[in-house]
Design a protein around this ligand. Structure first.
Ligand code: GDP
Ligand code: MG
Length: 177
């Protein structure tokens, strides 16, 4: 994408996947607008948010896609994944079932995209330590065995949200630049 004065810039599509209710939409709204919605159910009609950052003096735009809730019906389509160069696979540290689903999401990701996609496993809701059901160790081990980056986040109190998104974006940048 050539833009102003011929300066090279980049546009990266990143998808957020994971079971319903793990906090995907709130991670995105926290990162892109610094907003949190305690009872988000309705998904606004926006398919993605674009976030710009500068890496090595170059403009990088991350186009981050959120599902419209269709993961409830296990029907995230191939169009959602098309062209993605990064993926955040989110589970909820308070619900083991969402952690058990990670394998299925990985398979789906592999079906719809190639192995060069930068992947990060995210254990969200780490603010809820007292009702945690998945240990940090278990998350780390799974990520290691599958070759994923790993981070625990909280969209509620902002822990690691920016760090997680930017780690993926920088990894993609390093792979293409
Ligand atoms: P999605 O279905 O994966 O998009 O999940 P949402 O972003 O809609 O979040 C589902 C529910 O979890 C909502 O009630 C959010 O307020 C809540 N939630 C999301 N992230 C966090 C978090 O980091 N901590 C806590 N305590 N609640 C969260
Ligand atoms: Mg959502």
């Amino acid at each position: 994408m050539a833009e102003d004065e011929g300066a090279e810039s980049y546009l990266f599509k990143i998808v957020i996947i994971g079971d319903s209710g793990v906090g995907k939409s709130n991670l995105l709204s926290r990162y892109s607008r610094n907003e949190f919605n305690p009872n988000s159910r309705a998904t606004i009609g926006v398919e993605f948010q674009t976030q710009s950052l500068t890496i090595d003096g170059r403009e990088v735009k991350a186009q981050i896609w959120d599902t419209a809730g269709q993961e409830r019906f296990r029907a995230v389509t191939s169009a959602y994944y098309r062209g993605a160069v990064g993926a955040l696979l989110v589970y909820d540290v308070t619900r083991s079932a969402t952690f058990d689903s990670v394998d299925r999401w990985l398979q789906e990701l592999n079906t719809h995209s190639d192995s060069t996609v930068a992947r990060m496993l995210i254990g969200n809701k780490c603010d809820l330590g007292e009702i945690r059901a998945v240990s940090t160790e278990d998350g780390k081990n799974l990520a290691e065995s599958e070759g994923l980056f790993f981070m625990e986040t909280s969209a509620l109190d902002s822990t690691n949200v920016k760090t997680a998104f930017e780690m993926v974006i920088k990894e993609i940048y390093n792979r293409v630049s």
